[in-house]
Design a protein around this ligand. Structure first.
Ligand SMILES: [Zn+2]
Length: 428
C-alpha cells in the first residue's frame, strides 16, 4: 500500500480546528484509544479506557480531549457505577470521517461510502463498462464516485480517501492492474493514481480477495473473531483471501490467494496454464454455465467472454435449482464439490478452522454450496478428526470487497500496528 505523492486530507472541524490532521498529531497511544472506542459501540468511560489500554488516567484524559476537539469521539451521557461521580461515556462520532470503497469486478462495479464506524452510508452498483478502453471505464468510475459523494451530501473535507479493490494480479507499487483475466485491454493501467488525480482523494489499491478479508477483520465478524480464516471469493473469477492471526496475508507483492490453478478435476478441460481441470476452468460462473449448457439445461451463449450474459445465465440456473429442478441442482452440486476440493488444499496447508464464502455469485449458489461443501471438505481434510471447520457465507453482503477497500482507508486512522509497544493490561 503506497500513497505516492497524494495529498493527505485532514479532518476539518468547522469553526474550531480546521485542517487538523490526525496522522500528524496521532501517536500510538491515540490510535489505541480510538480503536478501543470504535470496538465498543455502547461507549466507554475514561476509567474503562485506562483499564483496557493500560494507559494512565492523565494520558487518557489528554488524548480523549484531543479526540473530542477533533470531533472523532463525542460525549454520550453519564453513567453511574456504584458510589462516586457518574462517569462520562465516550463514543465514536461516525459522521466525523468517511471513506469511499470501489470494487471493480469484471461484471459489476460497486461503490460504497463508509462512515467512521464502518457502516455503509450509501451503496451504488453499475455494470462494469467492458470491451472499452480503460479510459472509458475510468470515466465511469469517476462519475460513479462523484455521484456517491454528491448524493450522500457529505462534507468533502471529511472524506479521508478511497480504496479500490480489483482483481489480481496488481502492482501495488505502481498502483496498477496488470492484465487481470476477464478485463481485456487492462494492461498495466495505473488505476490508483489516475483516480486519485481525477477525484482529488488519497487512493489505495488492494487485490479484491484481500479487501474482502480486510472487511471481515475490520467489521469484527464471527470469522474475524477466530483470527485465522480463508475468504473464498466467488466473482467472475475465484480467489482466496487469507487471514492469519488477525492480519491479512498479502504475500511478497500483494498478490497472495491465486487459487485458480489448483487442479480439482482429473483429466478436466485444458487450462491456459498448461494443466487440466483447474479451478479457473471448472468452478467459475462461466464454467458452471458451460456445464449446464453441455447438459442441455441452458441455451448456448454467443460468447463465453460476455460476463453479463454468463451472469444472467447463472441467475437462471440458480433459480431453477432453487425450484427443485434436478438437473440444475446437479450442476451446482458438482461445482460445490469441486470448490470443496480446492478448499481442502487450503485448509490442509494452513490448518484453518473457518471458511467464509462471499462475492457477487455467493447469494445465488449459497443453498446448494452450504449443503454440499462441508461433507466434501471433511472427506479430504487431514485434521477432520481433530477439529471441525466452520463454513458459512459472509455477513457483510455483496459489497464486501468495496467495504474492505474503504475500511483500508479507515484502518490507517485506527490500527495500532506495533504490537510490541502495547503496555501490559492493568490488573489493578
Ligand atoms: Zn490452470
Amino acid at each position: 500500500m503506497s500513497d505516492g505523492a497524494h495529498t493527505e486530507r485532514g479532518v476539518a472541524e468547522p469553526g474550531r480546528r480546521r485542517g487538523t490532521n490526525l496522522p500528524a498529531m496521532a501517536d500510538f497511544n491515540q490510535l489505541v484509544i480510538l480503536d478501543a472506542v470504535r470496538r465498543s459501540p455502547a461507549g466507554l468511560s475514561r476509567v474503562e479506557l485506562a483499564v483496557l489500554t493500560g494507559l494512565s488516567a492523565q494520558t487518557v484524559t489528554n488524548i480523549t480531549r484531543r479526540l473530542l476537539d477533533a470531533a472523532l469521539i463525542v460525549e454520550a451521557g453519564k453513567e453511574s457505577i456504584g458510589p462516586g461521580k457518574p462517569r462520562t461515556i465516550l463514543r465514536l462520532n461516525p459522521p466525523a470521517l468517511y471513506a469511499v470503497g470501489v470494487h471493480l469486478d469484471p461484471t459489476v462495479t460497486t461503490a460504497v461510502l463508509l462512515d467512521l464506524a464502518g457502516d455503509v452510508v450509501l451503496e451504488r452498483r453499475i455494470l462494469t463498462p467492458l470491451g472499452q478502453h480503460p479510459e472509458t471505464a475510468i470515466d465511469a468510475l469517476v462519475e460513479m464516485v462523484e455521484g456517491v459523494l454528491t448524493d450522500s451530501a457529505v462534507d468533502r473535507a471529511r472524506v479521508a480517501g478511497m480504496g479500490i479493490a480489483a482483481p489480481g494480479p496488481i502492482d501495488p507499487i505502481a498502483g496498477a492492474l496488470v492484465e487481470p483475466p476477464h478485463l481485456p485491454g487492462w494492461h498495466s493501467v495505473p488505476l490508483r493514481d489516475e483516480l486519485s488525480r481525477r477525484l482529488g482523494l488519497v487512493t489505495v489499491l488492494e487485490k479484491d480477495v484481500a479487501a474482502a478479508t480486510i472487511a471481515e477483520l475490520w467489521a469484527g465478524t464471527p470469522a474475524a473473531s477466530t483470527g485465522s480464516f480463508v475468504f473464498l471469493y466467488l466473482g467472475t473469477g475465484l480467489g482466496a483471501g487469507l487471514a492469519i492471526n488477525h492480519e491479512v496475508v498479502r504475500g511478497s507483492l500483494a498478490n497472495a490467494g491465486e487459487i485458480g490453478h489448483i487442479v480439482v478435476v482429473e483429466d478436466g478441460p485444458p487450462c491456459w496454464c498448461g494443466l487440466r481441470g483447474c479451478v479457473a476452468v471448472t468452478c467459475t460462473p462461466e464454467a458452471i454455465v458451460r456445464d449446464a449448457i453441455a447438459e442441455g439445461l441452458l441455451d448456448s451463449l454467443d460468447s463465453g467472454d460476455d460476463t453479463t450474459a454468463v451472469d444472467a445465465a447463472l441467475t437462471m440456473l440458480a433459480a431453477r435449482a432453487e425450484a427443485g429442478e434436478a438437473g440444475a441442482v446437479a450442476v451446482l452440486d458438482r461445482a460445490a464439490a469441486r470448490i470443496a476440493r480446492a478448499l481442502a488444499v487450503i485448509a490442509n496447508l494452513l490448518d484453518l478452522d473457518r471458511i467464509v464464502l462471499g462475492g457477487p455469485i455467493w447469494n445465488r449458489v449459497a443453498d446448494r454450496f452450504v449443503t454440499i461443501i462441508p461433507a466434501e471438505l471433511d472427506r479430504m481434510r487431514a485434521a477432520r478428526s481433530i477439529h471441525p471447520v466452520a463454513i458459512g457465507g459472509t455477513t457483510l453482503g455483496d459489497a464486501v470487497a468495496a467495504m474492505g477497500a474503504a475500511s483500508l482507508v479507515l484502518d490507517r486512522w485506527f490500527s495500532p500496528r506495533t504490537e510490541s509497544l502495547l503496555l501490559p493490561s492493568s490488573s489493578a
